[in-house]
Design a protein around this ligand. Structure first.
Ligand SMILES: Nc1nc2c(c(=O)[nH]1)N[C@H]1C(S)=C(S)[C@@H](COP(=O)(O)O)O[C@H]1N2
Ligand SMILES: [Mo]
Length: 439
């Protein structure tokens, strides 16, 4: 069998591995169920203590190569789909060319291939005892955190449901190119372009739940918080992962999602319920949401003060405003340094997106950025989602080539040659140079 493994062979072991894993995990969950705390959350140390027979999320013997262990991620991470990055797993764009049945992956990324970004680790939450708890000065009667307004999962599911397609994209997606292309050093996860995925989310509108919880006209900020273990930086706990949303966005198109691509949410993507904030940086889409504070004054957390703002010489001394919408980006569904036969026509596939508006056009250059050609769009561009495209290319002579893709959105936002530097390496929007070899 050649290096281009036909997908059948490549994916069957993966499927087997997943089934095997799910059974084990289920048994483990049942085993620890008796000791489950009232909140129904099993996290960190408690998880480890409850499963002394070995690391909880240890994958079973691999039938195929895995991307390597990522502590705290529950699903298998086959090497053909993922690149491990610390506590996170990056999706490989080239893998979108071959789905489980050998056909390309469609507009939505299957759950098992979706990238994972965890500040700490995936908690396992008992959906039966889970409650969404709302409190704060922006609700009628100002309920306290101790006596919140509560909704069970069954109660949320009984409310009118809404389905929407939305990208989740990490604010640091593309960060490695600040270094790789601009020779600027930035800390943090060195994502290439795979810190993103599109899915169909079903749930209840946050607006619906806020109204039922007694939202007042004085409410200003809405802050969902996760139930995952709190991050600790330099010995200091940051508290639950949480980030405020202005009430206008919260009431606009934000979803409390309990389904992803037609299935109940899985642990890594926020089960039983996550927030989905279309168009905005991924950190806004809080997974494993447990509480929502609603306040009649601005709220703050480390995720809208120290992080997820732009700092640097081109920004105000105190930093930019907290990040909201994502920038314009494009990616080829092709490995970097791919080798393509010379003297043949190749169809180059890719995807482009913007958090601000639907994509208007995509141009591709195969000669180092001198000439640009329009790519053919394969999807009706929509807000909050990416647009697939392709362009045909025939490299006549063997050698190294630099491919580039550049998108423009309907508000005129486009991809510059250089991204403006910021200290944390967020929102890399420049055209990415994609080297390939024709042989
Ligand atoms: N509770 C909680 N929510 C979270 C995070 C987290 O670590 N904890 N990570 C955020 C970040 S930075 C991103 S990019 C997205 C990633 O979502 P995914 O793992 O489903 O792809 O979740 C966001 N929501
Ligand atoms: Mo992120």
């Amino acid at each position: 069998m050649s290096a281009d493994i036909p997908s059948e062979a490549a994916h069957q072991p993966t499927a087997g591995r997943r089934d095997g894993w799910e059974r084990r995990e289920l048994l483990r969950l049942l085993a620890v169920g008796a000791a489950a705390p009232a909140a129904g959350v099993l996290t960190g140390a408690r998880r480890a203590a409850a499963a002394p027979a070995g690391p909880a999320a240890a994958p079973p013997p691999a039938a195929g190569p895995t991307a390597g262990p990522v502590p705290g991620i529950v699903k298998p991470l086959p090497a053909e789909w993922f690149v491990p990055r610390g506590t996170n797993a990056e999706m490989r764009f080239d893998a979108l060319r071959a789905g489980a049945d050998g056909r390309p992956v469609g507009r939505h990324v299957p759950v098992e291939r979706f990238f994972v970004r965890n500040h700490t680790s995936t908690p396992l939450i008992d959906a039966g005892t889970w409650r969404l708890r709302l409190f704060g000065s922006g609700l009628r009667g100002a309920p306290t955190a101790e006596r919140p307004v509560e909704f069970s999962l069954a109660e949320l599911r009984a409310l009118p449901s809404h389905t929407t397609t939305a990208l989740i994209e990490c604010a640091g997606n593309g960060r490695s190119f600040f270094t790789g292309q601009q020779h600027q050093s930035v800390p943090g996860t060195p994502w290439t372009l795979g810190g993103i995925g599109s899915a169909r989310w079903r749930g209840v509108r946050l607006a619906e739940v806020l109204r039922r919880a007694g939202l007042t006209a004085d409410a200003v900020d809405v802050m969902p918080a996760g139930l995952d273990p709190e991050p600790v930086v330099g010995g200091v706990g940051l508290g639950r992962v949480r980030r405020p949303l202005p009430v206008a966005k919260a009431l606009d198109d934000v979803l409390l999602a309990y389904e992803m691509n037609g299935e109940p949410l899985t642990p890594d993507h926020g089960a039983p319920v996550r927030v989905v904030v279309p168009g905005w940086v991924g950190i806004a889409s809080i997974k494993w949401v447990g509480t929502v504070e609603v306040a009649d004054r601005p709220l703050f957390s480390p995720w809208n003060t120290d992080s997820y703002r732009l700092f640097g010489p081109d920004y105000p001394p105190g930093g930019s405003a907290p990040l909201t919408t994502q920038v314009v980006k494009s990616a080829f569904e092709l490995a970097r340094d791919a080798v393509l036969p010379a003297g043949r026509t190749h169809r180059l596939h890719g995807r482009s997106w913007s958090g601000a508006a639907p994509v208007r056009r995509v141009e591709v250059s195969v000669d180092g950025g001198r000439r640009w050609r329009r790519a053919e769009l394969r999807d009706e561009p929509r807000y909050g989602d990416w647009t697939r495209w392709h362009v045909d290319w025939r490299p006549e002579r063997p050698g190294r080539y630099e491919l580039r893709a550049r998108a423009t959105d309907r508000l005129g936002g486009t991809q510059p040659e250089t991204a403006v530097f910021n200290r944390e390496g967020y929102l890399f929007d420049a055209v990415v140079v994609h080297p390939v070899t024709a042989a």
